[in-house]
Design a protein around this ligand. Structure first.
Ligand code: EPU
Length: 338
């Protein structure tokens, strides 16, 4: 295992920002972590775990050690209609989705084409089109940086919430997820209630879709709305959809009758951040080397040579204008490395 020095992080973040890591190491198996631990390399303060780099913005060079999760491998076991699929933390999430969809293992199809790696999926409880990772999550294995032990985390241990988990909370920076186990089924019930999915199925004349057809429809919707990071740097939704109280929502609704919202748990409302940003006039705007995506204002993009700082400053502008117009504070969904 080689620790590389002064490595450009440009190929390792989907925003395509050119920051430098003072050191970088690729982890290909759990034992690699044990070796680094034994050599007292993991006891340092300045560590950063990187998966697919699809949810991160480097504002500066990183003056520590970047641990690049590259553990591969997918396998499964079947019991009747139940399937448990195991994947290494460094597996590309969509490769896992395709693997499962092609084998007819359902439950994961709505999460097609989400960028990033398997190990990162539980951290922010990835979700799309009415499904979240927690709906199919069984357990994960994680390397404890403090003790050097591998621990198993079951669903109830993970404190999953909207784009949130214990790995973003009290365990932030303490656990490296090395493997994820999902609970899928060969007879899963398809979730096609999300408006865009049912509309696209209808367009295609599909009445009783297969798992594969739902996956294809979800992928097509994503491609039509979201920029392809290999063509134009971005990290998906830059902000979370803000959650506010019903009382606050009533006030907003009286001033903005078209506001896009969804019920969220008891007494809470989730607002579509893309709508708020669009209403502030930002949709499709190009600002220097950055801007928002023409089809989805919630996605910030790199038009070429944007620095992390430029994107960060632009996101501050957006936060300010949404606060001024709606008195709602947007929270970033991407991890900002300052
Ligand atoms: N909208 C606008 N203008 C915009 C964008 C959106 O008015 O520029 C309104 C529209 O009314 C639209 C609604 O907002 O119907 C919702 O938009 P969309 O369906 O694109 O979903 P989203 O709430 O913006 C969330 C996730 C996405 C996920 C989609 C689909 C978050 C922060 N984002 O976006 O996840 O793909 O739902 O389920 O929850 C990601 O996390 O990186 C991501 C892409």
């Amino acid at each position: 295992m080689d620790i590389q020095k002064n490595v450009s992080l440009k190929p390792y973040n989907t925003f395509g920002v050119d920051a430098v890591a003072r050191q970088l190491v690729h982890i290909k198996k759990e034992e690699d972590l044990s070796h680094l631990y034994a050599a007292e390399i993991l006891t340092r303060d300045n560590l950063l775990l990187l998966g697919g780099g699809s949810n991160i913005l480097f504002v500066n060079d990183f003056e520590g050690l970047v641990i690049h999760m590259a553990i591969g491998g997918i396998d499964y076991c079947i019991n009747g209609t139940d399937v448990v699929v195991r994947a290494g933390g460094g597996v590309v999430w969509n490769d896992l989705v395709n693997y499962c969809v092609n084998k007819g293992f359902g439950g994961i199809e709505n999460l097609s084409l989400i960028p990033g790696t398997v190990g990162a999926a539980p951290v922010q409880n990835i979700g799309a089109y009415g499904v979240e990772l927690q709906d199919i999550f069984l357990s994960c294995r994680g390397f404890d940086l403090a003790t050097g032990e591998i621990k198993t985390f079951y669903k109830e241990d993970c404190a999953f919430d909207y784009r949130d988990s214990i790995f973003k909370g009290v365990l932030k920076g303490k656990i490296i997820i090395t493997e994820v186990n999902l609970s899928l089924s060969t007879e899963s019930k398809l979730n096609t209630t999300y408006g865009a999915i049912s509309a696209e199925l209808h367009n295609r004349g599909i009445v009783s879709p297969t798992i594969k057809e739902v996956s294809e429809v979800v992928s097509a919707i994503r491609v039509s709305k979201l920029p392809d990071p290999s063509m134009i740097g971005n990290s998906g939704s830059f902000f979370k959809n803000p959650v506010i109280s019903v009382d606050r929502f009533r006030v907003l609704l009286s001033n903005f009758v078209d506001i896009v919202s969804y019920p969220f748990g008891d007494n809470k409302i989730k607002l579509a951040a893309g709508w708020l940003i669009e209403q502030c006039g930002w949709k499709g705007r190009v600002v220097g080397n950055t801007g928002t995506w023409k089809n989805q204002a919630l996605v910030l993009v790199n038009h070429g040579n944007a620095t992390g700082l430029e994107v960060y400053d632009f996101s501050e502008e957006i936060i300010k204008s949404v606060k001024n117009k709606f008195d709602v504070v947007l929270e970033r969904e991407v991890n900002v490395v300052l």
